[in-house]
Ligand binder design. Structure first.
Ligand code: PLP
Ligand code: COI
Length: 357
């Protein structure tokens, strides 16, 4: 693919080492963005890297009215040898295409997506922050463009990638979170769009998250939309439990996003000789196992935090608390250390998951 590069004439000031501490997530954006457009006649065309700027779209565009939009999220980070690393970007590209299929949007060849990400990261390499745990978060996105209010797939699509230098998720070590098990709102249902990374899923999850926060919790544990009892995900992360020494996670059945961190941690657990189960998990099973002393750890998995230990669950006034609620389980810590060790180039990468530029 030929990518036309137009460099900015007004580069922004990059965060200093001191400012990297307060970067947060997705608040600062780099100098450039990747963009290309699609029409049925011309396919994907006009691939370019241009200065970061607003998009111009028709007010009647389907993305604005019917939410025909999908996205991805992945990181580029400074490895210990000074190179810039990325983690399984082709997995994100493949998931983008599965999301596109679900939302009646065009496919983008995986190689084309990975080439676009790498070209942009290469140009923005000075925007990859330096402090331990920080990263340049990439947000590849596809939106439906055009001038039509008919409820059907759009005539045009725009694919773009923006980059946000982001702070260390855990500036002071892994912090366990308090989780509210939601029994009124659902995030997704089987047959719906839960397994696609589309904007509407996140809009649908905001109310539940808001209510949980009002009650003093950090995140929501989502239950299935049909029976309201089987565990799905935690916030915008997949969820794993250590039950009777086994690593247990809800199996993918249509309403759960197939996380790349989830997939990687399951492989690492198998490498470590742990027994792994992907199956339906009834919320009651968690409370029964807790009472029987067989529920020792729980954590979320996702690109942003990698591993997010859970300290406490609350469900209809019943509570599960691991220790004092602030202690990180040994398996959670081991998974975090191993996966980030591979990503940052501190540990060998036996599966060939990382690439460098
Ligand atoms: N579940 C949801 C709803 C998400 O948005 C994400 C984040 O990307 C994940 C799970 C974790 O996926 P991954 O590990 O690929 O980042
Ligand atoms: C993650 O990367 O783990 C996420 O949950 C992404 C989120 C900001 C949509």
């Amino acid at each position: 693919m030929e990518i036309k590069i137009t460099k900015t004439t007004a580069p922004k000031t990059k965060p200093t080492l001191e400012q990297e501490k307060s970067l947060g997530f997705g608040k600062v954006f780099s100098d450039h963005m990747f963009v290309m457009e699609y029409t049925e006649k011309d396919g994907w065309h006009d691939a370019r890297i241009q200065p970061y700027q607003p998009l111009s779209i028709d007010p009647a565009s389907p993305v604005l009215h019917y939410g025909q939009e999908i996205f991805e999220g992945l990181k580029a980070y400074r490895r210990v040898d000074g190179s810039i690393g990325m983690f399984r970007p082709e997995e994100n590209a493949m998931r983008m295409n599965r999301s596109a299929e679900r939302m009646c949007m065009p496919q983008i060849p995986v190689e084309m997506q990975v080439e676009a990400m790498k070209a942009l990261v290469d140009l923005e390499r000075d925007w990859v922050p330096h402090s331990e745990g920080t990263s340049l978060y990439l947000r590849p996105t596809m939106i439906a463009d055009g001038s039509t209010l008919g409820v059907h797939a759009a005539p045009r699509y725009i694919y773009f990638i923006i980059c946000a230098p982001s702070g260390a998720y855990y500036a002071n070590g892994l912090a366990p979170v308090r989780i509210y098990i939601e029994d009124a709102y659902v995030r997704a249902v089987e047959g719906g769009t839960g397994e696609a990374k589309c904007g509407g899923n996140y809009a649908a999850s905001m109310k539940g998250a808001f209510v949980a926060e009002e009650k003093g919790y950090d995140q929501v544990l989502w239950l299935d939309g049909r029976h309201n009892r089987y565990i799905e995900e935690v916030g915008a992360m997949n969820v794993m439990f250590v039950l009777d020494g086994k690593l247990v996670t809800p199996k993918l059945h249509g309403s759960i996003l197939p996380g790349i961190t989830r997939k990687s941690i399951l492989e690492l657990a198998r490498d470590m000789g742990m027994e792994v189960e992907e199956r339906q998990v009834d919320v009651q099973e968690l409370f029964d196992a807790y009472k029987a002393g067989k529920f020792s750890e729980a954590f979320g998995t996702g690109t942003a935090a990698v591993v997010s230990p859970i300290g406490e669950f609350c469900y209809k006034n019943e509570v599960i608390k691991f220790g004092d609620g602030h202690t990180i389980g040994t398996i959670s810590q081991k998974m975090y250390d191993t996966l980030t060790g591979i990503q940052w180039g501190k540990l060998p990468d036996p599966h060939g998951w990382t690439c460098t530029l």
